[in-house]
Design a protein around this ligand. Structure first.
Ligand SMILES: [Zn+2]
Length: 413
């Protein structure tokens, strides 16, 4: 094997000719001079079409490639400009890097793989780049991968949710495929406009193929779905319905706790504060002590215990076969309406308003469980993404990890 071929193989570059290899003392790096093969020359950087040469551009340029051994390494080449009939005067395409990138394909892919599999500081130290650069790299890696495989193809059953980032001040709307469990789309914002952009991308034909949508019961989601997906049934996610009941229960607990405190019943107030987790937990997961706490409440605090039973019965609805579930829900509604606990009287109204969506959830057996798990993972990623300049980089990180877009390590298949 001739040494130039060995070099090309080491660097993982194709359709290029190695001209020279030298060591640059100033930057303490190996510099490999290259040029595109004849067939790869004079192509538009954007579309790849063969075009007439415009000028020599800004002269020699460098691209980082993965370190060779223990040494930093660059490719160096001319960066002429071409005149594309569609894109005007642009820097010519190079076969080793994406348009506008200062790093090779192999370098980009390695960063994307590491960002998905290791810690923030490991990627930055190993690749000798800032976290902000990682953000730029993964954004372009994901954009390119989405050109190859459209994650919106073949969608039938989707879940829509929102997740907060930037300490809860900003939100992303996310869409998850129930069948693959993958994140397929995310964008900053949580309103009609944001969600409409998703359905715009999906297009009329693919919208018509959607059979099921699950969501948390938010009106803005329901309205857009009704408008755009003529063949879809909207299910209100059981997990959210139960969380409404948990919130109502907590309101009741706080009210009786405040009442106990104000009337000077210190021991009682303490007991109620400690009861929080026992009330929240599913009964099958209670510890012995928590069970005793609940028994105590049953004896001494009828309203709070009633609130607890109301929460539990509503949760039970989603564990029954469809026919029994809806009958139980009817009984629950009748009970909640007359229970004399305001948070539950209000909840009965909310449940009534979402009855069609809840019935759909019960009969179609779809829960937002997968969406919730993606949501939880994104919330963890938002902490990792801290320091990225734009939410696009956070979305790219999520798409790599949860959308199935992480590339293999360079040189492996
Ligand atoms: Zn072009």
């Amino acid at each position: 094997m001739r040494s130039v071929r060995i070099w090309a193989r080491l660097l993982g570059i194709k359709r290029a000719v190695i001209e020279d290899v030298s060591f640059d003392e100033e930057s303490q790096a190996l510099v490999v001079s290259v040029r595109p093969r004849k067939k790869a020359k004079r192509r538009c950087g954007v579309c790849g079409r063969r075009c007439p040469l415009y000028d020599q551009g800004g002269g020699r340029r460098r691209w980082r490639v993965p370190d060779l051994g223990v040494t930093r390494c660059y490719l160096e080449a001319d960066a002429p400009r071409v005149h594309c009939p569609e894109h005007g005067v642009v820097v010519a395409q190079v076969p080793w890097a994406r348009h506008g990138a200062g790093h090779s394909y192999a370098f980009d892919d390695m960063v994307a793989w590491l960002a998905t599999h290791t810690s923030k500081s490991a990627v930055c130290q190993l690749m000798r780049i800032t976290w902000r650069t990682v953000g730029n790299i993964i954004t372009r890696v994901v954009a390119a991968a989405q050109q190859q495989r459209d994650p919106l193809d073949g969608l039938r059953r989707i879940g829509i949710d929102e997740v907060s980032y930037k300490r809860g001040h900003r939100y992303l709307t996310i869409v998850v495929d129930h069948d693959s469990g993958r994140l397929v789309w995310a964008a900053p914002g949580r309103d009609r406009k944001t969600l409409q952009r998703f359905f715009d991308l999906l297009g009329k034909e693919r919208c018509a193929q959607i059979t099921d949508v699950t969501a948390d019961g938010a009106d803005w989601i329901a309205e857009v779905v009704a408008d755009r997906c003529p063949n879809a049934t909207l299910s209100v996610d059981p997990f959210h319905v139960v969380s409404w009941a948990t919130d109502a229960l907590d309101q009741v607990r706080r009210e009786v706790w405040n009442a106990a405190r104000k009337s000077g019943q210190k021991a009682r107030a303490r007991e109620l504060k400690g009861a929080r987790f026992a009330l929240w937990k599913n009964p099958e997961h209670l510890t012995k002590r928590q069970r005793a706490t609940l028994a105590q409440i049953a004896n001494t605090n009828r309203p709070l215990y009633r609130a607890y039973l109301l929460k539990e019965q509503l949760r039970q609805v989603f564990h029954l076969p469809p026919g029994q579930a809806m009958a139980l829900l009817d009984r629950w509604l009748a009970w909640a309406r007359r229970c004399r606990l305001k948070p539950f009287v209000d909840l009965a109204k909310t449940v009534k308003a979402h009855l069609a969506g809840i019935r759909a959830a019960v009969t179609r057996g779809l829960s937002n469980g997968r969406v919730e798990s993606v949501n939880t993972k994104i919330r963890l990623l938002t902490r990792v993404a801290f320091g990225f300049r734009s939410p696009q980089a956070l979305i790219a990180l999520a798409m790599l990890d949860l959308g199935g877009f992480c590339p293999p390590l360079p040189g492996r298949t």
